[in-house]
Design a protein around this ligand. Structure first.
Ligand SMILES: CC(C)(COP(=O)(O)OP(=O)(O)OC[C@H]1O[C@@H](n2cnc3c(N)ncnc32)[C@H](O)[C@@H]1OP(=O)(O)O)[C@@H](O)C(=O)NCCC(=O)NCCS
Length: 398
C-alpha cells in the first residue's frame, strides 16, 4: 500500500506541462500547439477527466478518462476510455501505477460511467485492480486477389464517391454497431479520424440502393504501385451482406494497382464471410480489457437477447468500489435487466470474472478461475446464455 500519493486534476499551467512531458517521454505524444488548460479542469460531463498523482508535491504519474459509450446487446453502455497511463520512469515498479489505476477507477465511478475499457500495454497492473480481457480487435490483411471477382454487384447496389461529410454516415455506423458488439459510441472527435488522415488523401465511397445509403468505406492508399500497395481502411461499414459484397467488388476493381486491403475487424466478422478466396492474414491483435465500474448500472445499460428470461443471484466483491459489493438479484426479461439488492448469492464473482462474460467474449465456464468467478454448472450456463452475443471487437482504438 502506498499512502504518500495525493491524486487530483492538474491545476496549473506547470502541472499541465508536466502532464504533457510524461506523455512525450512514454509515447512520443506530440504536445498540442496551444495548451488548453481550461479543458483539463472544466467540470463538463463529456470532457476528459485528467488525473495526476503527486509525491511530496511533485507530479509522478498521470492518466485520463474519456467518457464515451460502448455497444453491447444493441444498447450503449456509458464507458470511461482510459488512456495515457504513465508513471515517471524513476518512480516505476513501486506500486505507483497500481495506485494511479485505483484513482482513475474511482474518478470514473464518480462521473456515472458504468464500465471502463482500455488497451493494455501490459496486463498484470490492470488485473490487480479488476480489469480483465473482454474483447480483441484484429488487423486483417487481405490479398486483393481474394476479394471478389471483378464484376458489378447484381444486388441493385451502386458504389459512388462520397463527399457529403460524416453526418449522413453516422446512422449506418450506429445501425451496424447495434448489431455487433464492442463498438464505440463515437464521440465527434473520433469521426475526424474516419474522414481525415494526417495530410494523406482520404477516399470515401458509399454503397446505395434506390438512393439510400446501405454501407460506406473510407480509406487511404499507401506504398508504391509497382510493388506492395495497400488500401488502408479507416472505416468499412455495411448494413447487409449484399452491401458487403458490393464493397468487396468495388475494392477488387483496384487489383491492377493495389496488392492488399488492410482493415481492423473482429475474429468472427461477417464482412470477411463474403471473401470468395483464402489468403487473408492477421497482422496484429489488440486485446482490450474491461472493468465494471457501476455494477447495477452496467447490468441495466446493456441489452440482452429478446427471448431470454433468467435470474442471476450474484455475490459480488469489489475492494476498490465497495458500493458494488454484496448480493444482487438480476432479473433479465424482454431484452433488459432489473437489478436489486438481495438474492441467494449463488454466483460468487469479481469484476475480473464478470467483465469477459458481460461483453460476450467468454462463456462463464471458460473463465475457469474460482478466484474471480464460481457457481454451479447450471448457474454459469445461464449466465453464459444471458450475455451471449457476437464476439466483441472495435474498429477504433484510444
Ligand atoms: C506500466 C506502468 C504505468 C506501470 O507503473 P508502475 O508504477 O511500475 O506499476 P506498479 O509498480 O504498480 O506495478 C503493478 C504491477 O504491474 C506489473 N508491471 C508493471 N510494469 C510492467 C511492465 N512494463 N511489464 C510487465 N509488468 C509490469 C508489476 O509487476 C506489478 O505487479 P506485481 O505488483 O504483482 O509485481 C509504467 O511502467 C509506465 O508508465 N510505463 C510506460 C507507459 C506505459 O506502458 N503505459 C501503459 C499504457 S496502457
Amino acid at each position: 500500500v502506498i499512502n504518500d500519493l495525493v491524486f487530483g486534476p492538474p491545476l496549473t499551467t506547470e502541472d499541465f506541462a508536466t502532464y504533457l512531458e510524461l506523455g512525450e517521454y512514454a509515447f512520443s505524444e506530440a504536445p498540442p500547439a496551444t495548451p488548453r488548460l481550461a479543458r483539463l479542469t472544466e467540470d463538463e460531463p463529456d470532457e476528459p477527466i485528467y488525473r495526476v498523482g503527486r509525491r511530496a508535491g511533485e507530479i509522478v504519474c498521470r492518466a485520463r478518462v474519456v467518457p464515451m459509450g460502448q455497444w453491447f446487446g444493441g444498447q450503449v453502455v456509458p464507458m470511461g476510455a482510459i488512456g495515457g497511463v504513465v508513471v515517471a520512469a524513476e518512480h516505476r515498479s513501486g506500486g505507483v501505477g497500481t495506485a494511479l489505476a485505483a484513482d482513475f477507477i474511482r474518478a470514473a465511478h464518480g462521473r456515472g460511467m458504468a464500465i471502463s475499457t482500455l488497451f493494455p500495454a501490459s496486463l498484470p497492473l490492470y488485473r490487480k485492480v479488476g480489469y480483465e480481457l473482454a474483447g480483441a480487435s484484429y488487423y486483417w490483411e487481405i490479398p486483393i486477389g481474394a476479394t471478389a471477382p471483378p464484376r458489378r454487384s447484381d444486388d441493385g447496389i451502386v458504389v459512388q464517391r462520397w463527399s457529403g461529410g460524416d453526418f449522413a454516415l453516422r446512422p449506418l455506423y450506429d445501425q451496424e454497431a447495434s448489431r455487433t458488439s464492442g463498438q464505440l459510441d463515437r464521440p465527434p472527435t473520433f469521426w475526424t479520424g474516419v474522414m481525415e488522415s494526417h495530410g494523406q488523401a482520404v477516399h470515401a465511397f458509399v454503397a446505395e440502393r434506390d438512393d439510400n445509403p446501405v454501407g460506406y468505406i473510407t480509406f487511404t492508399q499507401t506504398g508504391k504501385y509497382d510493388a506492395e500497395r495497400y488500401i488502408d481502411v479507416l472505416d468499412f461499414v455495411t448494413t447487409s451482406r449484399a452491401a458487403t459484397r458490393a464493397l468487396w467488388t468495388f475494392l477488387t476493381g483496384h487489383s491492377g494497382t493495389v496488392s492488399h486491403v488492410r482493415t481492423w475487424g473482429g475474429a468472427t466478422d461477417t464482412r470477411l464471410f463474403d471473401l470468395p478466396h483464402r489468403g487473408q492474414r492477421i497482422l496484429t491483435v489488440e486485446p482490450w480489457m474491461v472493468r465494471i465500474i457501476d455494477l447495477p448500472g452496467a447490468l441495466m445499460a446493456r441489452g440482452y437477447p429478446d427471448r431470454v428470461a433468467a435470474e442471476l443471484h450474484l455475490d459480488y466483491r469489489d475492494d476498490i468500489l465497495p458500493d458494488n459489493s454484496g448480493r444482487w438479484l438480476v432479473r433479465i426479461a424482454d431484452g433488459r435487466a432489473t437489478v436489486e439488492r438481495g438474492g441467494d448469492g449463488r454466483i460468487v464473482l469479481t469484476s475480473r470474472g464478470l467483465a469477459p462474460v458481460y461483453t460476450g467474449y467468454l462463456p462463464a465456464a471458460s473463465v475457469a478461475d474460482p478466484a474471480v468467478l464460481s457457481g454451479t454448472a447450471e448457474d454459469l450456463a445461464s449466465m453464459t446464455t444471458v450475455f451471449a452475443g457476437p464476439t466483441p471487437w472495435m474498429a477504433d482504438s484510444f
